[in-house]
Design a protein around this ligand. Structure first.
Ligand SMILES: Cc1ncc(COP(=O)(O)O)c(C=O)c1O
Length: 386
């Protein structure tokens, strides 16, 4: 037998895998499936993005660099300035392009975690995106998932946690607007978490990939707007804003010293963004029209579902951004059981345990078209009336 990394043997299946299997089984059984389980939207990519990609294909395609093209970094900085009230980021010192945010999140502890040091914990909220945990384990760190609760608006509040555990913490992840609950925070909260981390020399990592998927004012804030960037990094992506999940394009920005360290380690991972993807990405960061059109499309789906949930008396957490609705099961029914029962009708949602908690909630990702949302709602309504 060849050797296997013990982290691999201990890994639970990636939750989406179970959903893909369920979807395939339902389709094989001849059922029409409305898939609200995975956050990978289907709206066509804007023609401007596709054209920029095509035109970006060079006659000879050589290795891209981890720092990317100056114009790509400039396009990102222009967006940051427009989106966050004139916030400035130095394109040469405070920013690196990434291949979407997943790889950047996964690889982060390989740079900022000492697996043999006294501070090996990585703190993150659950329910949440599974990659904070995965990246920590592969880097030899210790995971510290903290359950986020509806009563506290799904905010991670590190000041409420035991001080001796905090003293062993190297990295803290926050993710607002939040997947899966759509919870949001304000700048005062971000300032407070940052101050907490700075005092304790904890690296604050803010996964902000849904920051441009907002439906209402005020728009979600970014840690890049805080009074200081010391000890913090923000992770952004074109996947949700511009519907570019397949292109793999994003960036990490923040404390110049931390970015310099990433600039040294990241070439090892083979994650430089290809030139054509950078060109498509630059076009996307500079264009607001397509992002606004996407917000409108998702707002329409959100509103349709919110009307339906109000009609049948299903509660959900407020959804002013992201592409998710976090819906409480009727009479706090077991989330897995409720999701199974809906799946039998052809409606796939992802239950809270798939996001790391045993709460009576399911996540509805607003992925199918508006027409399909309406058809699925018909089935869901009939199921509730039965
Ligand atoms: C909270 C969160 N972070 C990061 C990602 C990764 O996005 P990408 O790698 O496509 O930029 C996702 C994707 O669903 C997400 O939900």
């Amino acid at each position: 037998m060849v050797t296997v990394n013990p982290v691999v043997s201990k890994l639970a299946a990636y939750p989406a895998e179970a959903l893909y299997a369920k979807r395939a089984a339902l389709r094989a059984a001849g059922l029409e499936v409305f898939d609200f389980s995975v956050g990978d939207p289907i709206e066509p990519t804007d023609e401007g993005i596709v054209a920029a990609f095509r035109e970006g294909v060079p006659p000879v395609s050589q290795y891209p660099t981890i720092r990317g093209e100056a114009d790509h970094r400039a396009a990102i900085c222009e967006w940051i300035g427009r989106r966050f009230d004139g916030t400035t980021v130095d394109p040469d010192r405070e920013l690196l392009p990434t291949r979407g945010s997943k790889e950047a999140i996964f690889h982060l502890p390989l740079t900022f975690l000492d697996p043999h040091g006294p501070r090996r914990k990585v703190l993150y909220g659950v329910p949440g995106y599974p990659v904070y945990e995965r990246g920590t384990r592969f880097a030899g760190g210790e995971v510290w998932p903290v359950e986020l609760r509806p009563e506290t608006g799904y905010r991670l509040e590190p000041w409420e946690l035991p001080g001796d555990e905090i003293a062993k913490t190297a990295i803290l992840w926050i993710n607002y607007p939040h997947n899966p609950t759509a919870a949001g925070v304000d700048l005062a909260y971000l300032e407070r978490v940052h101050a907490f981390c700075r005092e304790r020399e904890i690296l604050l990592c803010a996964d902000e990939c849904y920051v441009d998927m907002y439906f209402e004012e005020p728009k979600p804030p970014s840690v890049l707007e805080l009074s200081s960037r010391e000890g913090l990094l923000a992770f952004h992506s074109l996947s949700k804003r511009s519907g570019m999940t397949g292109y793999r394009s994003g960036f990490v920005a923040g404390d110049a010293e931390l970015i310099a360290r990433l600039g040294k380690t990241r070439p090892n991972f083979g994650v430089a963004t290809t030139v054509m993807v950078q060109r498509a990405g630059s076009w996307a960061w500079r264009d607001e029209a397509h992002a606004e059109a996407r917000r409108q499309a998702f707002r329409a789906k959100r509103d349709t579902f919110m009307r339906f949930f109000a009609e049948v008396g299903l509660e959900h957490t407020p959804c002013t951004s992201t592409l998710y609705l976090w819906v409480r099961t009727p009479e706090d029914r077991d989330a897995l059981g409720y999701a199974e029962a809906l799946a039998d009708k052809g409606i796939l949602v992802s239950p809270a345990p798939f996001h790391g908690v045993e709460q009576p909630y399911v996540r509805v990702a607003l992925v199918p078209s508006l027409a399909d949302c309406e058809r699925a709602i018909e089935l869901w309504r009939a199921f509730h009336r039965a």
